[in-house]
Design a binder for this molecule. Structure first.
Ligand code: NIG
Ligand code: FE
Length: 406
């Protein structure tokens, strides 16, 4: 058991927990000033230091030196396992081509698929491991990683095996999502329903033990609502959906229909999807760095938040539409272009990220019983955390399950 003392501000998120991540105000940050924290793998006690129970006073003490403590960031949507890069796509997009046009001309997801198929598992692990270390510097203590650049049984399995190796060797908590329905591999051109049947009825049952969630890219030029029914009816695994990113394609409605954990992107949704989401338990996951790179409108965060939806934020880290792992950038874009308040951003990157991964009972807040995943930062306030980006953002000290890992 350990004691962290002399914390200027301890951001517990107790109010946000009580409100299940919705309608967040600055009060819901539930900040304790001059606080102390008692923990082992889990938080045992959190409160004002003057109220520290006598039985904890003799514990080995670390002095937080008047810094702030916040829950570790939860990046609930990433495609971190991939090879190669797509800077060529960016050049083409700058010359006016759409995402789908770039894909049709040999760029896009299938370009990354080629590189991901060719690389050896050990090299793919090395690349991915370096990215995870980068995530740790960003203060990311839990993350989701999707497959989806393999698109053959062997290559999807290779990506899942890499995720499994990362789960074993890295301190972060990692959840694996099966996204074989990310794009149609070239060898199945004009045979979409055959591919969907294959990934649903042959691959998924064989890979099931390695998978936490299933996902599908439901969008114009990718997969449709019928494909979604084929996949989602076949499995009991929790569902996440790439929904209404490029066009209003019905993915958000499917997410509500199937009681998905999350509907992600949501760039093209209208008021009626916003109300549906707000009345459901589906977490609305917004990915502002993707809108930034696609040079499109940002998601209607304000409308979602004001309607009472639970909004999570994530990096969508991938080589095509969001080649960045920068959590501070996600936060700043959310403030500048989605009019989100700093408390909504922090909850979006912690508690609501936990909801998007079904981890809300143990992660995303600093209350007794929750995992001791937290960041010690020289940031003076929550707003200060989402202020600068680019350099070492606030140089976090990172504690995961009670162990200092950075
Ligand atoms: O979340 N939308 C689909 N998947 C990714 C992009 C993948 C890629 O372009 O490589 C996304 O934006
Ligand atoms: Fe994505």
């Amino acid at each position: 058991m350990k004691l962290l003392s002399n914390i200027a501000k301890l951001v517990t998120l107790e109010g946000a927990v009580q409100k299940k991540g919705r309608n967040i105000t600055s009060e819901d940050l539930s900040i304790i000033e001059n606080a102390a924290l008692v923990y082992d793998k889990k938080i045992i006690w959190a409160g004002e230091e003057v109220k520290l129970p006598t039985k904890y006073k003799k514990l080995k003490k670390t002095n937080a030196q008047k810094k702030m403590v916040i829950p570790g960031f939860i990046d609930s949507h990433t495609h971190l396992v991939f090879a190669g890069n797509r800077s060529r796509d960016l050049e083409q997009s700058l010359s006016g081509k759409t995402y789908q046009e770039i894909a049709a001309a040999g760029g896009g997801i299938t370009h990354t698929t080629q590189a991901t198929r060719e690389i050896s598992q050990s090299d793919l692990l090395k690349l991915s491991d370096a990215r995870l270390k980068n995530a740790l510097k960003q203060g990311i203590t839990t993350l989701e990683i999707k497959t989806g650049y393999g698109l053959s049984f062997e290559a999807e399995k290779k990506c899942l095996d890499v995720i499994h190796q990362l789960q074993k060797k890295s301190p972060q908590t990692i959840k694996a999502t099966y996204l074989a329905a990310h794009a149609l591999p070239p060898e199945y051109k004009n045979r979409k329903s055959e591919y969907v049947t294959l990934l649903t009825h042959e691959w998924l049952p064989k890979l099931k033990s390695k998978i936490d969630f299933v996902d599908m890219f439901i969008d114009e030029g990718y997969f449709d609502l019928k494909d979604a029914d084929t996949l989602f009816n076949s499995t009991q695994l929790p569902i996440k959906i790439h929904a209404d990113e490029l066009a209003l394609s019905g993915g958000t409605r499917k997410a509500v229909e199937y009681k998905a954990l999350s509907a992600d992107h949501l760039l093209k949704i209208t008021d009626s999807e916003i109300n549906l989401l707000a009345q459901s338990e589906v977490t609305a996951t917004l990915l502002p760095t993707t809108a930034f790179y696609l040079k499109t409108n940002y998601a209607s965060a304000r409308k979602l938040l004001d309607a009472g939806a639970r909004v999570a934020l994530a990096t969508d880290y991938n080589p095509g539409t969001s080649p960045t792992q920068d959590i501070s950038l996600v936060g700043i874009l959310s403030a500048l272009y989605m009019n989100m308040r700093s408390e909504e951003i922090l909850v979006g990157l912690t508690l609501n990220g936990a909801y998007a991964l079904g981890l809300e009972k143990t992660k995303g807040a600093l209350l007794p019983g929750y995992d001791a995943d937290f960041l010690i930062t020289k940031g003076e306030s929550v707003a200060h955390i989402f202020y600068e980006f680019g350099q070492k953002p606030l140089n976090y000290e990172v504690i995961i399950k009670g162990q200092k890992v950075k």
